[in-house]
Design a protein around this ligand. Structure first.
Ligand code: SF4
Ligand code: FES
Length: 356
């Protein structure tokens, strides 16, 4: 239902009578109605799930990120989409897993790819796409990955496959994108550590493409320590109302996400010059004004005038109807950003990138 772009699927309430079932969580016997998810059963028994990383965490609710995973009768399953059964024995998940697809080569990479490496004739990067996202962007271009589950794999397997795809396409760059790849911290840091072990050559680059909404200082430090060499941070807006419109999130959670995006960009640029940091910002006049773009430029320039900023031309996708900005508009937006002092602005257009 979440991933259906035409909103053709709707949930229908199951009004049949529900018997009470018993299950165990951490050796405590609990009760809940039958025919609900494990997550709902735990909530019914008073166990709280959070939208932000804090104890039991369920940011995607689509079976993609496995942040909400538990061991159920010995098998690790996402609690948000798995049905509770009578007599089930639940405990915290014994290993990190994540639904991942893709492992495909790219010619242009992402927000964290230096613009001078982007090519339209040969591959420069291979990427794996993590399923599940904490945002609900109505113009999401990766809605299948963002809003579905599937078969989950370990961080080690993901790193092994990415390494073999790197060798197959003879590229140096390996990326994690999505969906939102940072949601399952243990999985992502494990995959990057393993990837670094398997790719000890100096040319290997490990790129994380992210909405940066759940980062903390220690999460960013853990990624750098694990081996991340490049990061692309999408900052969706300056103002909260714009952010809510673009991301489909709201309230206190949206405010925290937006603050974390700005914090992450500043933190990486000021503390990790050895990591290539790129910033992505959205543009479509239906979503964000040129004044807000200008003010975003000023705030980024206050962090660094040299950072690479990529303006992404948001267009009709998923559930949102809107005309794509034309090339002239994107040129204008690039000039607005340059006028704030930013030196390295790339504008994405229907006909390719306008580079510095
Ligand atoms: S943050 Fe990216 S992947 Fe997630 S919903 Fe928005 S556009 Fe889609
Ligand atoms: S919250 Fe359940 S898999 Fe993402």
């Amino acid at each position: 239902m979440l991933a259906c772009s035409g909103e053709a699927i709707e949930m229908v309430e199951d009004k049949r009578q529900r018997n009470t079932i018993k299950f165990e969580f951490n050796n405590r016997v609990l009760e809940a109605p039958e025919r609900i998810t494990i997550k709902k059963a735990l909530e019914y028994a008073g166990i709280r799930f959070s939208e932000l990383p804090d104890g039991l965490y369920s940011p995607c609710n689509a079976g993609g990120c496995y942040c909400c995973a538990v061991s159920a009768d010995g098998e690790v399953v996402p609690s948000c989409i798995t049905e509770i059964k009578d007599g089930m024995k639940l405990s915290p998940a014994s290993k990190p897993l994540r639904v991942v697809t893709g492992f495909v080569p790219h010619m242009v990479g992402g927000v964290g790819t230096p613009y001078y490496l982007k090519s339209y004739s040969s591959y420069i990067e291979v990427a794996c796409f993590t399923h599940g996202c904490n945002f609900r962007c109505p113009q999401c271009q990766n809605n299948v990955m963002a809003f579905t589950g599937g078969m989950a794999i370990s961080p080690e397997t993901a790193a092994e496959v990415l390494t073999s795809v790197r060798s197959m396409y003879k590229v140096n760059r390996m990326a994690f994108s999505g969906g939102e790849c940072t949601l399952n911290r243990q999985w992502l840091t494990g995959a990057i550590r393993h990837l670094k072990e398997l790719n000890k050559d100096k040319k290997a680059r490990i790129h994380v493409d992210t909405n940066a909404s759940i980062f903390t200082k220690d999460y960013l430090e853990e990624l750098v320590l694990a081996g991340m060499t490049d990061i692309g941070i999408d900052i969706k807006s300056l103002h909260l109302d714009t952010f809510e419109k673009i991301t489909g999130t709201d309230g206190k959670t949206a405010k925290t996400y937006l603050e974390n995006e700005w914090f992450s960009a500043r933190y990486m640029i000021e503390n990790h010059p050895e990591v290539f940091t790129g910033i992505g910002i959205p543009y479509n006049k239906a979503l964000i004004s040129k004044e807000e773009i200008y003010d975003m430029g000023l705030r980024i320039a206050d962090i660094s005038k040299d950072v690479q900023v990529c303006v992404l031309d948001y267009r009709r996708a998923f559930r949102r109807e809107m005309a794509a900005p034309d090339i002239q508009e994107m040129k204008e937006v690039k000039e607005i950003l340059n006028s704030t002092g930013l030196k390295t602005v790339i504008a994405q257009t229907m006909k390719g990138n306008i580079v510095p």
